[in-house]
Design a protein. Sequence first.
Length: 180
Amino acid sequence: MKIFRNTSITKKYKRSALAIGNFDGVHYGHQKVFKEAKKIAKENKVKFGVLTFTPLPVMFFNKHIKNYRLASEEQKLKLFKKNNVDFVINQKFNKKFSKIDASKFIKDILYKKINPKLLAVSNNFKFGKARKGDVTLLNKFENMYNYRLLNIKPFKYLKKTVSSTKIRTHLKNGNIYLAN
């Protein structure tokens, strides 16, 4: 698995399938995104990669948060490898990056630097300055920037969407069974 520390990737990894998110814990919801994106990547004969962020944006904006992560950076990379991710773009989330407008993120980061053929995100994916970007915006630019948006439906357990936030809440409340 190739690891990039920023969005300047080599040509070999452009025009790939790319999943974007924090992927903290790489839970069943994340694994569903990976599985569906990898299947379509294979059909299109392209590599499958992940764009993720360090630190998690919520931790960047809330410095007082401690013990928030479900998995360390090292654990997360091992989980990516276990899930057969071909490459990882581990983007440093800092003040400069946090100020990038959602449309500018699509044009300058996704299109000009990474240029994915397929883009996989979950329904609740938010990005860009003040979290103004979402699936609707990605859909709007799909043709202009030459990618196909794969909007993966959330993984549900007992009719409830599985998310890192819900897992953290279950852990905080001592509900280990539900967290698992």
